[in-house]
Design a protein around this ligand. Sequence first.
Ligand SMILES: Nc1ncnc2c1ncn2[C@@H]1O[C@H](COP(=O)(O)OP(=O)(O)OP(=O)(O)O)[C@@H](O)[C@H]1O
Length: 217
Amino acid sequence: MTRLDTIELEGMLPRVFVSESIPASDVWRGKVVFRRGDRYLVEAASGGGKSSMCAYIYGLRDDYEGELRFNGKDVRGFGISEWQSLRREHIAYLPQELSLFPELTALQNIELKSTLTGGVRRERIEEWLHELGIDSRRNYPVGRMSIGQQQRVGIIRAICQPFDFILLDEPVSHLDEENNRKAAEIIMAEAQRQGAGIISTSVGNPLLLAEPERLKL
Ligand SMILES: Nc1ncnc2c1ncn2[C@@H]1O[C@H](COP(=O)(O)OP(=O)(O)OP(=O)(O)O)[C@@H](O)[C@H]1O
Protein backbone atom coordinates (compact mmCIF):
# COMPACT_ATOMS: atom_id res chain seq x y z
CA MET A 1 0.00 0.00 0.00
CA THR A 2 1.48 3.35 -0.98
CA ARG A 3 -1.06 5.60 0.75
CA LEU A 4 -4.03 4.86 2.96
CA ASP A 5 -6.67 7.16 1.47
CA THR A 6 -9.91 5.96 3.04
CA ILE A 7 -11.05 4.12 6.14
CA GLU A 8 -14.66 2.93 5.76
CA LEU A 9 -16.86 1.55 8.50
CA GLU A 10 -20.06 -0.08 7.26
CA GLY A 11 -22.67 -1.73 9.46
CA MET A 12 -20.06 -2.06 12.20
CA LEU A 13 -21.06 -2.91 15.74
CA PRO A 14 -18.99 -4.24 18.65
CA ARG A 15 -20.28 -7.75 19.40
CA VAL A 16 -20.82 -6.75 23.01
CA PHE A 17 -23.48 -4.27 21.81
CA VAL A 18 -25.38 -6.73 19.58
CA SER A 19 -27.90 -7.78 22.20
CA GLU A 20 -28.04 -4.34 23.84
CA SER A 21 -30.05 -1.28 22.86
CA ILE A 22 -27.60 1.52 22.16
CA PRO A 23 -28.29 5.20 21.49
CA ALA A 24 -28.55 6.41 17.87
CA SER A 25 -25.06 6.61 16.41
CA ASP A 26 -23.45 8.07 13.27
CA VAL A 27 -20.89 5.25 13.39
CA TRP A 28 -22.32 2.02 14.81
CA ARG A 29 -24.58 0.25 12.30
CA GLY A 30 -24.07 3.22 9.92
CA LYS A 31 -21.71 4.05 7.12
CA VAL A 32 -18.76 6.36 7.70
CA VAL A 33 -15.85 7.17 5.40
CA PHE A 34 -12.80 8.81 6.95
CA ARG A 35 -10.71 10.51 4.24
CA ARG A 36 -6.99 11.25 4.33
CA GLY A 37 -6.43 14.98 4.78
CA ASP A 38 -9.67 15.59 6.72
CA ARG A 39 -10.28 16.14 10.44
CA TYR A 40 -12.85 14.22 12.50
CA LEU A 41 -14.06 14.47 16.05
CA VAL A 42 -15.90 11.39 17.34
CA GLU A 43 -17.86 12.27 20.46
CA ALA A 44 -19.57 9.83 22.79
CA ALA A 45 -20.58 9.05 26.32
CA SER A 46 -18.34 6.86 28.46
CA GLY A 47 -18.71 3.25 27.37
CA GLY A 48 -19.95 4.27 23.91
CA GLY A 49 -17.15 2.31 22.28
CA LYS A 50 -14.53 4.96 21.36
CA SER A 51 -11.60 2.84 22.47
CA SER A 52 -13.11 -0.18 20.72
CA MET A 53 -13.41 1.76 17.45
CA CYS A 54 -9.74 2.81 17.71
CA ALA A 55 -8.65 -0.76 18.53
CA TYR A 56 -10.51 -2.06 15.45
CA ILE A 57 -8.94 0.53 13.14
CA TYR A 58 -5.46 -0.16 14.58
CA GLY A 59 -5.96 -3.92 14.13
CA LEU A 60 -5.76 -4.81 17.82
CA ARG A 61 -9.26 -6.32 18.02
CA ASP A 62 -11.77 -7.78 15.60
CA ASP A 63 -14.76 -8.53 17.84
CA TYR A 64 -17.22 -6.64 15.64
CA GLU A 65 -19.97 -7.29 13.15
CA GLY A 66 -20.03 -5.46 9.81
CA GLU A 67 -17.11 -4.36 7.69
CA LEU A 68 -14.03 -2.22 8.07
CA ARG A 69 -12.31 -1.35 4.76
CA PHE A 70 -9.00 0.35 4.02
CA ASN A 71 -8.85 1.74 0.45
CA GLY A 72 -11.93 -0.39 -0.20
CA LYS A 73 -10.34 -3.66 1.02
CA ASP A 74 -11.84 -5.59 3.94
CA VAL A 75 -9.21 -5.61 6.72
CA ARG A 76 -10.28 -9.09 7.84
CA GLY A 77 -8.03 -10.41 5.06
CA PHE A 78 -4.91 -8.66 6.44
CA GLY A 79 -2.11 -10.68 8.03
CA ILE A 80 0.45 -9.72 10.68
CA SER A 81 2.94 -8.23 8.22
CA GLU A 82 0.27 -6.01 6.62
CA TRP A 83 -0.79 -4.69 10.03
CA GLN A 84 2.87 -4.13 10.96
CA SER A 85 3.50 -2.04 7.88
CA LEU A 86 0.21 -0.14 8.37
CA ARG A 87 1.27 0.76 11.92
CA ARG A 88 4.80 1.70 10.90
CA GLU A 89 3.96 3.79 7.86
CA HIS A 90 0.28 4.65 7.65
CA ILE A 91 -1.54 4.84 10.99
CA ALA A 92 -0.30 6.64 14.10
CA TYR A 93 -2.19 5.93 17.33
CA LEU A 94 -2.33 7.47 20.77
CA PRO A 95 -4.28 5.09 23.02
CA GLN A 96 -6.25 6.50 25.92
CA GLU A 97 -3.96 4.72 28.40
CA LEU A 98 -0.94 6.18 26.52
CA SER A 99 1.15 2.96 26.75
CA LEU A 100 4.37 4.81 27.58
CA PHE A 101 7.28 3.03 29.30
CA PRO A 102 7.16 4.51 32.83
CA GLU A 103 10.84 3.87 33.63
CA LEU A 104 12.09 5.52 30.43
CA THR A 105 12.43 9.29 30.13
CA ALA A 106 10.18 11.45 27.95
CA LEU A 107 12.89 11.74 25.31
CA GLN A 108 13.66 8.00 25.37
CA ASN A 109 9.97 7.12 24.94
CA ILE A 110 9.70 9.46 21.96
CA GLU A 111 13.02 8.53 20.34
CA LEU A 112 12.26 4.82 20.63
CA LYS A 113 9.27 5.30 18.34
CA SER A 114 10.97 7.80 16.08
CA THR A 115 14.00 5.52 15.55
CA LEU A 116 11.89 2.41 14.89
CA THR A 117 9.80 4.16 12.25
CA GLY A 118 12.49 6.37 10.68
CA GLY A 119 10.50 9.34 11.95
CA VAL A 120 11.72 12.86 12.67
CA ARG A 121 14.95 14.69 13.55
CA ARG A 122 15.94 15.19 17.20
CA GLU A 123 15.73 18.99 16.79
CA ARG A 124 12.07 18.73 15.77
CA ILE A 125 11.31 16.63 18.85
CA GLU A 126 13.05 19.23 21.02
CA GLU A 127 10.92 21.97 19.43
CA TRP A 128 7.71 20.07 20.17
CA LEU A 129 8.78 19.44 23.77
CA HIS A 130 9.40 23.17 24.10
CA GLU A 131 6.13 24.18 22.44
CA LEU A 132 4.18 21.88 24.75
CA GLY A 133 6.01 23.21 27.81
CA ILE A 134 7.62 19.94 28.89
CA ASP A 135 11.23 20.48 27.77
CA SER A 136 12.32 20.76 31.41
CA ARG A 137 10.97 17.22 31.92
CA ARG A 138 12.64 15.69 28.87
CA ASN A 139 15.07 13.59 30.97
CA TYR A 140 12.49 12.64 33.61
CA PRO A 141 11.09 9.09 33.77
CA VAL A 142 7.52 9.47 32.51
CA GLY A 143 6.21 7.41 35.45
CA ARG A 144 7.04 10.44 37.60
CA MET A 145 5.27 12.94 35.36
CA SER A 146 1.68 14.18 35.77
CA ILE A 147 -0.98 12.59 33.55
CA GLY A 148 -1.31 15.80 31.53
CA GLN A 149 2.48 15.89 31.01
CA GLN A 150 2.38 12.22 29.99
CA GLN A 151 -0.39 13.01 27.48
CA ARG A 152 1.87 15.63 25.92
CA VAL A 153 4.73 13.09 25.67
CA GLY A 154 2.29 10.62 24.12
CA ILE A 155 1.14 13.18 21.55
CA ILE A 156 4.72 13.89 20.46
CA ARG A 157 5.50 10.18 20.32
CA ALA A 158 2.41 9.58 18.17
CA ILE A 159 3.29 12.24 15.56
CA CYS A 160 6.99 11.38 15.21
CA GLN A 161 6.34 8.67 12.61
CA PRO A 162 5.07 8.63 9.03
CA PHE A 163 1.25 8.42 8.89
CA ASP A 164 -1.75 8.86 6.59
CA PHE A 165 -4.15 8.89 9.55
CA ILE A 166 -3.62 9.65 13.20
CA LEU A 167 -6.02 8.15 15.75
CA LEU A 168 -6.15 9.95 19.08
CA ASP A 169 -8.26 8.42 21.86
CA GLU A 170 -9.22 11.20 24.29
CA PRO A 171 -5.79 12.80 23.88
CA VAL A 172 -6.32 15.96 25.96
CA SER A 173 -8.58 14.79 28.79
CA HIS A 174 -6.04 16.17 31.32
CA LEU A 175 -4.93 19.30 29.47
CA ASP A 176 -5.92 22.91 30.08
CA GLU A 177 -7.24 24.98 27.18
CA GLU A 178 -3.90 26.56 26.30
CA ASN A 179 -2.07 23.23 26.11
CA ASN A 180 -5.03 21.69 24.27
CA ARG A 181 -4.78 24.47 21.66
CA LYS A 182 -1.03 24.06 21.29
CA ALA A 183 -1.35 20.28 21.00
CA ALA A 184 -4.04 20.68 18.33
CA GLU A 185 -1.87 23.15 16.37
CA ILE A 186 1.12 20.80 16.43
CA ILE A 187 -0.95 17.77 15.42
CA MET A 188 -2.73 19.69 12.63
CA ALA A 189 0.57 21.10 11.30
CA GLU A 190 2.20 17.67 11.22
CA ALA A 191 -0.90 16.07 9.67
CA GLN A 192 -0.98 18.78 7.02
CA ARG A 193 2.73 18.32 6.28
CA GLN A 194 2.11 14.61 5.76
CA GLY A 195 -1.26 15.05 3.98
CA ALA A 196 -2.83 12.96 6.75
CA GLY A 197 -6.28 12.68 8.31
CA ILE A 198 -6.99 13.18 12.01
CA ILE A 199 -9.53 11.10 13.96
CA SER A 200 -9.86 12.20 17.58
CA THR A 201 -12.32 10.92 20.15
CA SER A 202 -13.76 12.78 23.12
CA VAL A 203 -16.03 12.33 26.11
CA GLY A 204 -16.22 16.02 26.88
CA ASN A 205 -12.88 17.82 26.48
CA PRO A 206 -12.36 17.65 22.71
CA LEU A 207 -9.05 18.33 21.04
CA LEU A 208 -9.43 21.86 19.63
CA LEU A 209 -9.21 20.94 15.95
CA ALA A 210 -10.09 23.60 13.37
CA GLU A 211 -13.54 22.91 11.92
CA PRO A 212 -13.61 19.13 12.33
CA GLU A 213 -16.40 16.97 10.97
CA ARG A 214 -18.28 15.90 14.09
CA LEU A 215 -19.64 12.38 14.52
CA LYS A 216 -21.70 11.04 17.38
CA LEU A 217 -20.80 7.56 18.48
N1 LIG B 1 -11.22 -5.91 24.80
C1 LIG B 1 -12.57 -5.93 24.83
N2 LIG B 1 -13.26 -7.00 24.36
C2 LIG B 1 -14.61 -7.02 24.38
N3 LIG B 1 -15.37 -6.00 24.85
C3 LIG B 1 -14.74 -4.91 25.32
C4 LIG B 1 -13.31 -4.81 25.33
N4 LIG B 1 -12.98 -3.60 25.82
C5 LIG B 1 -14.13 -2.98 26.13
N5 LIG B 1 -15.19 -3.76 25.83
C6 LIG B 1 -16.63 -3.43 26.02
O1 LIG B 1 -17.01 -2.55 24.98
C7 LIG B 1 -17.83 -1.49 25.48
C8 LIG B 1 -17.23 -0.16 25.08
O2 LIG B 1 -15.96 -0.01 25.73
P1 LIG B 1 -14.90 1.05 25.22
O3 LIG B 1 -13.70 0.94 26.09
O4 LIG B 1 -14.72 0.89 23.76
O5 LIG B 1 -15.71 2.41 25.48
P2 LIG B 1 -15.23 3.92 25.54
O6 LIG B 1 -16.24 4.70 24.78
O7 LIG B 1 -13.81 4.05 25.08
O8 LIG B 1 -15.37 4.22 27.07
P3 LIG B 1 -14.61 5.26 28.07
O9 LIG B 1 -14.96 6.63 27.61
O10 LIG B 1 -15.21 4.93 29.39
O11 LIG B 1 -13.14 4.97 27.94
C9 LIG B 1 -17.91 -1.68 26.99
O12 LIG B 1 -19.20 -2.16 27.28
C10 LIG B 1 -16.84 -2.68 27.33
O13 LIG B 1 -17.26 -3.55 28.34
